[in-house]
Design a protein around this ligand. Structure first.
Ligand code: PHE
Length: 468
């Protein structure tokens, strides 16, 4: 981004380990300032977790299982990061690197909520109308009966009641008896439209346990709208790599040793040893901690505090966009308390013949359970769950699928790493610097990787200017 520049001349050699967002951004920013960077990437592709799969792409896991995506032309699966909030620096890099973006539908009133307390899935708009309605009725009752007289000033009582009537769509009543906000079984046209079955009682509604589904998009790191790069999340990776220079990036190049020496860092790999004035280690902390070398034991101890966290995703390609045609869902997310976690509908390619639905995006124990299975079993399990939301059509028109268990990805070994903020790792260990989302308050966001990279190149550059 244009407000960010390393000032003063420098041409020191820097070896960057890892070609994910953090590593590529370090090489990009240092390169702009005249540094001579080489990026070593252990895997056979760049991007790290910013992985977009298209037809023909292969995946081999640490378990030895191999999958090959058979997606059709124009269909892609963002198997890692897939959404960007408007306040994130990620969008500034998209602007600077000329990566076009488009809206990502993060919440959709037409998508479903489905929990074990429900007989059938309910649209978000319906669930929200019922929650607002019932809570407003309760509060209105308590207010009218004087139960809140100690908390609500007499002058505010009428204001509160007016607010609740509108908030819950109670009308002139103070009871909730349903509302057109819930939507229709058949939407109005020339005819008035057919209503949904009556709303649940308060007791039924509480049994649905709707709070997680109705509040996830309120957290500050989620948003509505969010954004995605047109054509796939790896468009950011490709643009960064082009800007760095492809000849500076070596893939399938695992590092076997990292040694601080008085005037530089020696990095060993399959072809021998490479030396540079500085090194930026931009790989996961739990992976870095396993690489031999002479990092101080306190640094290794700090790295080992990191706890890799599991997440998994399944990309289902369908030959018919039934979620648009039949469910009238154009992008967005169905939230469940099933082991699939959630179902994502594509925010791109509306009305095209094909489309890609994320059949699960789950975390922790649910992700571990799926990671322990092979793809065909994962698929079957997820289809059985998705069928509970969408019915028999969930199995029809399915063309192909790929699933990613981040705990099983070579050289990554986790979806992200949870660790308390480490002052030690914000500083270089000798001439080795550390970069990654795991060093920020934006764990599990590309923005964390960008912010960390900017912090590292700034402090590295200040040091170089001082030493020269
Ligand atoms: N950034 C990821 C996502 O949007 C993971 C994440 C989820 C991070 C929820 C924070 C909160 O799904």
């Amino acid at each position: 981004p244009s407000d960010f520049a390393l000032r003063g001349k420098a041409a020191a050699k820097v070896i960057v380990l890892g070609a994910g967002i953090a590593g590529l951004t370090c090489a990009y920013e240092l390169g702009k300032a005249g540094y001579d960077c080489t990026v070593l990437e252990a895997s056979d592709r760049i991007g790290g977790r910013s992985l977009t799969l298209r037809g023909g792409d292969g995946l081999t896991d640490t378990t030895g299982e191999r999958q090959t995506a058979a997606y059709g032309e124009g269909v892609y699966f963002n198997a890692g990061p897939a959404r960007i909030a408007s306040w994130m620096v990620t969008l500034d890099y998209c602007r600077e690197l000329h990566v076009p973006i488009e809206p990502f539908v993060n919440s959709n009133a037409s998508a479903y909520v489905y929990t074990s307390g429900m007989k059938a899935p309910v649209r978000f708009r319906t669930a929200r109308a019922d929650v607002y309605g019932h809570l407003s009725e309760l509060l209105a009752k308590a207010t009218s009966q004087g139960a809140l007289d100690e908390a609500v000033q007499p002058a505010d009582k009428q204001l509160l009641l007016d607010f609740l009537r509108q908030f819950g769509d109670l009308g002139e009543r103070t009871t909730y008896g349903g509302s057109e906000r819930r939507g229709f079984a058949v939407y109005p046209g020339v005819e008035p439209g057919a209503p949904l079955p009556p709303p649940p009682t308060l007791s039924e509604l509480l049994g649905y346990q709707l709070a997680p589904a109705l509040t996830f998009d309120l957290s500050a790191d989620q948003a509505m709208p969010m954004f995605q790069p047109v054509g796939g999340m790896d468009m950011i990776v490709q643009a960064l790599a082009d800007a760095v220079g492809r000849d500076r990036i070596k893939t399938s190049y695992p590092v076997t040793k990292i040694v601080n020496v008085p005037d530089g860092v020696e990095v060993s790999h399959q072809d021998g040893t490479m030396k540079a004035a500085y090194c930026v280690a931009a790989l996961p902390p739990h992976v870095l901690a396993k690489i031999p070398g002479n990092l101080d034991s306190s640094v290794l101890a700090a790295l080992r505090v990191a706890v890799p966290f599991s997440a998994g995703k399944l990309g289902l390609e369908y030959g018919r966009r039934w979620w648009e045609q039949e469910d009238r869902i154009y992008g967005g997310i169905t939230e469940t308390d099933l082991d699939i976690g959630r179902i994502w509908y594509p925010s791109e390619g509306f009305h095209r013949p094909r489309g890609l639905v994320v059949g699960y995006y789950n975390f922790a124990g649910d992700a571990d359970a799926y990671a322990a299975l092979r793809h065909p079993e994962r698929l079957e399990k997820a289809l059985a769950q998705g069928e509970r939301v969408h019915g028999a059509k969930y199995r029809k028109d399915l063309l192909s699928s790929v699933s990613v268990a981040w705990a099983n990805r070579p050289h990554i070994e986790g979806a992200w790493a949870n660790m308390p903020p480490s002052a030690l790792l914000q500083e270089p260990a000798g001439r080795v610097y550390f970069a990654g989302d795991w060093l920020t308050h934006l764990v599990a966001w590309q923005a964390g990787a960008f912010e960390s990279a900017r912090h590292v190149v700034t402090s590295l550059h200040e040091r170089v200017l001082k030493e020269n």
